[in-house]
Design a protein around this ligand. Sequence first.
Ligand code: OAA
Ligand code: MG
Length: 224
Amino acid sequence: MLRVTTRFDRPDPALVDQLSGYSAATVHEAQGRLGALDSTIKPIDPTMSACGPAFTVRCAPRDNIVLQVAIAHARPGDVIVVSAGQYAEAGSFGDVLANACVARGLGGLVTDTGVRDTQELRKLGFPVFSYSVSMKGTVKETVGPMAGPVLIGGEIVRPGDVVRVDADGVVVVRREDLKDVIAKSRVRVDAEDAYIAAYRAGKSVIEVSRLAAVLEAKGLVIDE
Ligand SMILES: O=C([O-])CC(=O)C(=O)O
Ligand SMILES: [Mg+2]
């Protein structure tokens, strides 16, 4: 017998909602350039985005039985995060399972293996971020634990950490850092807005980014 748990603490939904107002790149910068999964994990459609608590899953390569169990047990808003050995040659998720996710109100899927039925997935609009697209079928053989820490895209994701996914990829925020990262994201967006306003007002990049002293120290002379 193998007894597994699907219980873990989830973050305050109001904080998840606030984080969703910031792009993945902003969140990554705001937390000190941390938490970005490898760029090999990409949305199947750049218009897709999501933000939610991670429901973590470990699957054997070419096997999606634990993923299916997770879809049955995840809560509305959860983003399922599947670590399956960075295995490109398997289509472990497609439009049938995506419909099960939509019916349960899940937030999205992030996986380091492949997905298939991508045209149907795009039409359905369920956010899917994967390592590959592969038509190759999977077996349902290897059971194992879920809702534990997983390694995916070079980062550890724990159940209940928050994943923010958009056209630029996937970033993970530790649940305990959420408030701080939201505050730092706000500061960053305000600073960027000020830069953009200055450029529109005709100021130069060198002035706004205070580059003159840096360029001088580096000995750069510009002939116009
Ligand atoms: O059936 C599977 O294992 C994956 C799939 O193609 C789907 O969910 O449509
Ligand atoms: Mg299918």
